[in-house]
Write a protein that binds this ligand. Structure first.
Ligand code: NDP
Length: 327
């Protein structure tokens, strides 16, 4: 038996609670992992609160991230005792996830824990941080260097935004952050942003084209914010879009794309091929200042993850949350 959060949906409604679960109920998979830590991402917040249609099967153990030790494996790449981590692949949505003491997974989904990181540090990064790195890799792939100019990062006090700001600053980019929380402006500047702009400046409908300012952008917000970012990119600027914290819509015109050669690069972490994940984690090991992870993250227990999910969806959490599933 092991402890985990279980989401159920039936005539009694949609609910998440800590339960004692029989190991015989674990899904099929080649590798059984003794989970040490998981995290809370925006998607986990949606799953636990039921605020978004994330969970595709019930009952479900949420948790799109996990780190732990292999207990048993019939996969050639993994053996008992290996430390592994997992991000995405529909885990915590359609396959039981990391917010529990045990998980059973496909071996091809697992990444060896990079030696630079402790299990807690890997989860302080989690899907949010690995997605931030995917955004930065996309900026680089499209040729954006620090010499091209400022990079705009939205939702900067959140998980993706915090890690993106810290990495971009370490790589020498000038980062301008967008945040709706004035009380977090000092925090965002300590992560490395040179300037923080209020969320309200970007949140309302704007012109198809605005003054050219940004060389690149990491957007987690979507909707009018993404449209206004595209409208204010420099000629041949690159916008990486990974989130919908402000809305799923994209009320924009094609003007920035056809008149300024702006590139809109979509970023998906869930089905991202293994080679790209390994590269993202390698670069996280090289380009993220580990000392900043303490500033970015805080740790909670499994039981605390349920109320924290509501706070996350309400935009009240700073940075990243690590969940100690054994506490
Ligand atoms: P967080 O909740 O940690 O951060 C989101 C931040 O967005 C908040 O901290 C807040 O920052 C800002 N925000 C919240 N609500 C609004 C709003 N209504 N309008 C404008 N800004 C808002 O989430 P994550 O960083 O983990 O994820 C961010 C987004 O990226 C989510 O939509 C998530 O689903 C998506 N995502 C996508 C992935 C992918 O594979 N494509 C992977 C990971 C995340 P502030 O207070 O500073 O303004």
């Amino acid at each position: 038996m092991f402890k985990g959060i279980l989401i159920e949906k039936d005539d009694a409604g949609y609910r998440a609670a800590i339960q004692t679960i029989d190991e015989a109920n674990l899904p099929d998979g080649e590798v059984t992992v003794r989970v040490s830590h998981s995290t809370l991402n925006y998607k986990d917040g949606l799953a636990i609160t039921g605020k978004g249609p994330v969970v595709r099967r019930f009952p479900m153990v949420p948790g799109i991230d996990l780190v732990g030790t292999v207990e048993t494996s019939v996969h050639p790449d993994f053996a008992a005792g290996d430390q592994v981590l997992l991000n995405g692949w529909g885990v915590g949505e359609g396959h039981w996830g990391g917010l529990a003491q045990k998980a059973r997974l496909k071996g091809d989904w697992l990444v060896p824990l990079p030696r630079q990181f402790s299990p807690q540090q890997a989860m302080a990064i989690g899907t949010a941080g690995y997605t931030a790195m995917l955004c930065i890799l996309a900026l680089e792939r499209h040729g954006i260097t620090p010499a091209h100019g400022e990079i705009l990062v939205s939702g900067a006090a959140g998980g993706v935004g915090s890690v993106a700001t810290a990495i971009l600053a370490k790589l020498g980019y000038a980062v301008v952050a967008i945040s709706g929380r004035s009380e977090e402006h000092d925090y965002i500047k300590r992560l490395g942003a040179s300037e923080v702009r209020p969320r309200s400046e970007f949140a309302s409908p704007g012109k198809p084209l605005a003054k050219e300012r940004w060389a690149g952008a990491v957007d987690v917000v979507g909707s009018h914010t993404l449209a206004n970012i595209c409208a204010s990119m420099k000629y041949r600027g690159v916008v990486t879009a990974c989130g919908l914290a402000g809305g799923m819509d994209f009320p924009a015109t094609v003007a920035p794309f056809i008149l300024r050669g702006v590139t809109l690069a979509g970023i998906d972490s869930v089905m991202c091929p293994r080679a790209d994940r390994l590269e993202a984690w390698r670069r996280l090991g090289a380009d993220l200042d580990i000392t900043k992870l303490d500033m970015i993250s805080s740790e909670i227990s499994l039981a605390e993850a349920i109320p924290a999910a509501t706070k996350l969806i309400n935009g009240e959490i700073r940075g990243r949350i690590i969940v100690d599933v054994n506490r």
